[in-house]
Unconditional design. Structure first.
Length: 279
């Protein structure tokens, strides 16, 4: 992202007209050695809203996800949950607080069946001790219903998760988070790499989470996809906030321009039109 994006966009902060934030970062700094991966970042994530975090490689997107998911603790600043200071010592603490993170490459266990992935760690049982047993039928039925709620109908719950498309795997993880009571959902790169069908499936699942009232944070480098699903757009550059915009502030073309930089995008457009006059 170029310096022009930083000049064009407003500083981040809580929208006083919007809902009360579920999650907040307040002047958060994280360093890797002498390099500040995040520098005094402030952002708010509200329930029933999708915030898309955009930026080039090295902008701080992954570090922001690590802070929200409990993988990294801020060296300076605070992470707030419901307005109260949250100190996550591990991703398990974040999950216990209702924050589910869907990583781009670790959404599911590919060798396990779809229903086992869905119910992992919370398998339904039948009978009474000492004859209690896994209720496979209930697990399958619950999985099928939960997947249908995020737009995945007709899935065989016994098929290996490896047979699902990447977008479907992330949708499975999102459906699990919804079913088991997560309050916030952090999704890492739902479109990279994705087919159109996979990106559409992931987008449906994200919008389902939004409709259920979750605070959704989507990390992406695709501004057009972000504008399709997002309500707010947090732009990062070199570990700092370059902009905090809403759908009313910017259209898809302008968001793309901010991501690429006005000069860079103009040069690319001129080059393409010279070599391909029909464009």
């Amino acid at each position: 992202m170029s310096a022009s994006a930083s000049r064009a966009a407003e500083p981040a902060g809580e929208d006083p007209s919007g809902p009360t934030p579920l999650l907040e970062l307040s002047r958060v700094t994280v360093r890797h050695g002498s390099v500040a991966a995040l520098s005094r970042v402030t952002a708010a994530f509200a329930p029933g809203s999708i915030t898309c975090v955009l930026g080039e490689n090295g902008s701080g997107k992954s570090t922001l996800v690590a802070v929200l998911s409990g993988l990294t603790r801020p060296e300076e600043g605070s992470l707030l949950l419901d307005g109260r200071l949250a100190r996550f010592r591990s991703p398990r603490d974040a999950r216990a607080a209702g924050i589910a993170t869907v990583w781009n490459d670790l959404a599911v266990s590919p060798l396990m069946s779809v229903w086992r992935n869905f119910c992992l760690g919370a398998e339904p049982t039948a009978g009474v001790w000492p004859l209690r047993r896994l209720d496979r039928a209930a697990a399958r039925d619950t999985t099928v219903r939960a997947l249908a709620d995020v737009g995945m109908s007709g899935v065989d719950p016994d098929q290996p998760a490896s047979t699902l498309r990447p977008g479907e795997r992330q949708s499975l993880a999102i459906a699990r988070a919804l079913h088991f009571g997560s309050r916030a959902l952090v999704v890492d790169e739902p479109t990279a790499p994705r087919s159109i069908a996979g990106a559409t499936q992931a987008g449906q699942a994200l919008l389902s989470a939004r409709a259920r009232g979750l605070a959704v944070v989507v990390v992406t480098a695709n501004p057009r996809y972000a504008h399709l699903v997002g309500d707010r757009f947090l732009l990062l550059a070199s570990g700092q906030v370059a902009g905090n915009l809403t759908r009313e502030d910017v259209d898809a073309d302008n968001l793309t321009r901010l991501m690429a930089g006005d000069d860079e995008l103009s040069a690319l457009t001129d080059t393409i039109r010279r070599t391909h006059p029909d464009r």
